[in-house]
Design a binder for this molecule. Structure first.
Ligand SMILES: NC(=O)c1ccc[n+]([C@@H]2O[C@H](COP(=O)([O-])OP(=O)(O)OC[C@H]3O[C@@H](n4cnc5c(N)ncnc54)[C@H](O)[C@@H]3O)[C@@H](O)[C@H]2O)c1
Ligand SMILES: O=P(O)(O)OC[C@@H](O)[C@@H](O)[C@H](O)[C@H](O)CO
Length: 389
């Protein structure tokens, strides 16, 4: 019997387990999950499978993901060996963790070259960050040192992850691997980034130029999602579905997403009707109460979300480059400045920066808004709490 193809999924969290695990399994791969959560690793190795539940409205459909195993990310030799032998690989650990795993990835790339000289490796980068390929390339160049040339044989393939997967609260888990996901299941990837053949994966949508997909995802989906969270927090909603069910919030979020959709379509010469339909469908998906997504999860780390090329300022700048007014995005930035969660260090640091610099100065000097935009946004910052209450 022919040996099953093997995939390495680096990170067995919401996306690794709840989305890419399914993509790989449904494409006929055996999946080795690399993680540092020993409970997850043990559970994979004890049963060789886990369950995802696809939820929407009253529907809850269970799907068994079999042929899986766990590998501890602290075991450098085991990780390197998995990477050396993999037919395809994906990573989804979060932006702040990527620098910590670069050494392990480099060790795997080195061992692969030793065991299988010249064998290409495709690494799907399944993270929410601007320029994922550039970010991971820089980390790997540093980690590979004098072996930098080996990167020529590694496809650093940016992917956009559209499936929304909040962590499942412990009381809803029967076992630690349980996870609830929304039905949306497609995986756009950068068609130009692969080395060798594009792997035959179900749900894969290779696209070129990929910047169009990245902008759609970050500046329509994540921007609209973040606005739901930041306006929702001001109205003290806990769930994203509650925020989007509020007519005022829905009006603002919808307006921002449509402005961004039109700007992106115009910039890339794409069909505006198709891009706005994507935005409209997302507004519907934000209302999926069964998913239980929270304002705290979607709004977390406001400093990252306010960084220059991320969802808020990136979408604003795309609208401005196309001369499309987007006052709702400025309102969203004003609302983001209010976001506070005692367990989120980024929101605490934001509060400190605002107290130190003043709102208008922070908007202009730290975020780079024009004087007029900073003034308008500062006004929204002051008036939104009363307007939305
Ligand atoms: N959850 C979503 O809806 C969603 C959707 C699209 C994109 N994303 C993006 O996907 C990425 C992952 O998000 P997530 O929600 O799956 O996060 P997560 O926290 O659920 O998963 C990250 C996993 O990485 C593991 N990990 C941490 N340190 C590690 C290490 N040193 N070695 C190996 N594994 C390690 C964690 O134990 C965890 O299982 C992020 O960039 C996020 O922005 C998330
Ligand atoms: O993961 P973040 O913090 O960058 O963004 C929060 C959410 O907008 C995000 O996780 C979405 O759910 C996801 O990108 C949907 O596909």
């Amino acid at each position: 019997m022919q040996k099953k193809k093997t995939a390495v999924m680096y990170g067995a969290g919401n996306i690794g387990r709840g989305f890419i695990g399914q993509v790989l399994h449904d494409s006929g791969y055996e999946v080795a999950f690399v993680d540092v959560d020993q409970n997850l690793i043990d559970a994979f190795n004890q049963t060789g499978s886990y369950v995802i539940t696809v939820v929407e409205g009253d529907r809850a459909e269970e799907k068994v993901i079999g042929d899986v195993r766990g590998v501890n990310g602290m075991d450098l030799d085991a990780v390197a060996h998995e990477i050396a032998e993999a037919d395809v690989m994906a990573v989804s650990v979060g932006m702040r963790i990527l620098p910590r795993i670069a050494g392990n990835l480099a060790a795997g790339i080195r061992l692969r070259e030793k065991l299988h000289p010249g064998l290409p490796l495709n690494l799907l980068i399944c993270e929410n960050l601007p320029d994922p390929e550039g970010f991971v390339r820089k980390l790997l160049l540093e980690a590979l040192g004098e072996d930098q040339a080996l990167l020529e044989n590694v496809g650093l393939v940016a992917a956009t992850i559209g499936r929304m997967i909040p962590p499942l609260p412990p009381e809803k888990r029967r076992v630690c691997t349980d996870i609830h996901v929304e039905p949306f299941c497609s995986l756009p990837v950068d068609a130009d980034a692969f080395r060798g053949e594009i792997p035959a994966l179900r749900y894969l949508e290779p696209y070129s130029p990929f910047a169009f997909c990245e902008e759609k995802k970050l500046y329509i989906h994540n921007m609209g999602h973040a606005l739901c969270a930041y306006f929702g927090a001001l109205k003290r909603y806990r769930a994203i579905c509650e925020a989007i069910a509020d007519p005022v919030i829905a009006f603002l979020v919808h307006g921002a997403m449509i402005s961004s959709a039109n700007a992106i379509a115009q910039a890339y010469g794409e069909d505006a009707a198709a891009v706005t339909a994507y935005a409209e469908d997302l507004v519907r998906r934000f209302g999926n109460a069964a998913l239980g997504d929270t304002v705290v999860r979607v709004g977390k780390d406001p400093l990252r979300k306010l960084s220059p090329k991320d969802r808020l300022l990136g979408a604003l700048s795309r609208c401005q480059s196309q001369k499309i007014p987007a006052p709702q995005i400025l309102m969203g930035i004003g609302a983001a400045l209010h976001f506070q969660d005692a367990e989120d260090p980024s929101s605490l640091e934001l509060r400190r920066l605002l107290a130190e610099q003043g709102v208008a100065q922070y908007l202009q000097n730290a975020l780079g808004l024009s004087e007029a935009d900073a003034r308008e946004t500062a006004w929204y910052y002051q008036t939104l709490p009363a307007l939305l209450s």
